[in-house]
Ligand binder design. Structure first.
Ligand SMILES: Cc1cc2nc3c(=O)[nH]c(=O)nc-3n(C[C@H](O)[C@H](O)[C@H](O)COP(=O)(O)OP(=O)(O)OC[C@H]3O[C@@H](n4cnc5c(N)ncnc54)[C@H](O)[C@@H]3O)c2cc1C
Length: 339
């Protein structure tokens, strides 16, 4: 059934990360008119790429790659690959243990966006209206059951037939106001923060890996971003993620100090001697879900209010996608009943 002729107003989705866009894409595919809002400059959320020196340098400073076990997510990645915005990546992997760096082989295909990680969501965003740069602060439902959203500039958006919130749980709670009481599972969610340093060298570093996970108190991951498909930076660009405990302990430090500390640790562990060309850092306050809500999504079907995101099931791109995709399934069921 095409639902566009049976519902009185569009559905609003807050958040253009992979959860929000998976939700919006599935709703739109069923004929539901959808409007997506996001506070950021472009879609993708934590699937993000930072450019420096007028685009000469690029860093995937959030998620490094995605793996796919579920057929629905695999199909979405294959559609993105077909459109040229995603590709499998066969970078060399290593672990740092007591014997130093050891190469490890990949047990599953690792997917990356092209030319940056947000490429993974481009195909999902293609068939929906996305408004960037709008931070939603509150939502209200009127006596007729229609929703309106208020943004940080005091503007009102709507009316909407239903609303899907797909921001990280703490940000969703801020928007919900009195509606939070309908979703008690939200309050159990915890995120670990992550500091991401971005460092570039003139020439490729003579290291025998492109990405390494580290059992280290300071550094959690080091990844060479320039070698991923579709990127051609002028220099050797690396992202250095702080370990979760270290990132939490240094969360309020200034970015320049953090960038230097993470770089110093990388240099100490790898023996790199080359001079660095670029160094900066980004603070992810809500980076990796430590304690999920253990649900696929949350939905008050009678009110037309749903929530999705990685916080439902765990800290992976695929789980965020599935949460948004499944929320759309739940909303479609309730819309069909109401139609
Ligand atoms: C440093 C780091 C490394 C990671 N590494 C990996 C990895 O290698 N592999 C992997 O699978 N996963 C990884 N992850 C996790 C993965 O990135 C996330 O689980 C996934 O991207 C979350 O998607 P999401 O749509 O749930 O949330 P998000 O991507 O956070 O999207 C939420 C969106 O909501 C928007 N928003 C928030 N509040 C508002 C508001 N009030 N109004 C409007 N818009 C709003 C935000 O701007 C954002 O775009 C990593 C994450 C980080 C931070």
């Amino acid at each position: 059934m095409n639902l566009s002729t049976t519902i009185a107003a569009p559905v609003a989705v807050v958040g253009a990360g992979i959860a929000g866009l998976a939700c919006a894409h599935r709703l739109a595919g069923a004929g539901v008119p959808v409007q997506v809002f996001d506070k950021g400059r472009g879609p993708g959320g934590r699937l993000a790429t930072r450019r420096a020196e007028d685009g000469a340098l690029t860093f995937d400073h959030g998620a490094q790659y995605a793996t796919a076990r579920d057929p629905a997510f695999r199909a979405a990645l294959e559609a993105a690959a077909e459109a040229g915005t995603a590709a499998p990546w066969d970078g060399r992997w290593a672990m740092l243990g007591e014997e130093g760096f050891t190469r490890v082989s990949a047990s599953e295909t690792r997917w990356v966006g092209r030319p940056g990680m947000s490429g993974l969501v481009k195909a999902l965003a293609a068939d929906v209206a996305v408004t960037q740069g709008v931070r939603i602060t509150a939502l209200d439902r009127d006596a007729a059951g229609l929703w309106r959203l208020t943004d940080a500039d005091g503007r009102t958006h709507g009316p909407y037939h239903a609303v899907a919130l797909t921001a990280p749980a703490p940000q969703a709670r801020e928007m919900l106001g009195e509606w939070e009481a309908a979703f008690p599972a939200l309050s159990r969610v915890r995120y670990a923060p992550c500091w991401a340093a971005m460092a570039a060298w003139e020439a490729p570093l003579p290291l025998p890996f492109d990405m390494a996970r580290l059992e280290d108190p300071v550094l959690g991951l080091a990844g060479r971003n320039g070698g991923k498909p579709g990127r051609a930076p002028e220099a050797d660009c690396w992202t250095l993620h702080g370990a979760p405990g270290w990132s939490r302990d240094h969360l309020e430090d200034d970015a320049a100090t953090v960038a230097r500390r993470l770089l110093d640790r990388f240099v100490a562990l790898t023996g790199v001697t080359e001079a660095v060309r670029h160094l900066s850092a980004h603070r992810w306050r809500h980076a990796l879900v430590e304690r999920p809500a253990d649900v696929s999504y949350l939905l008050d079907a009678a009110a037309g209010l749903g929530l999705a995101g990685d916080w439902c099931r765990g800290p992976r791109v695929e789980l965020a996608f599935l949460s948004g995709h499944d929320l759309a399934g739940g909303m479609l069921e309730s819309l069909a009943v109401a139609a």
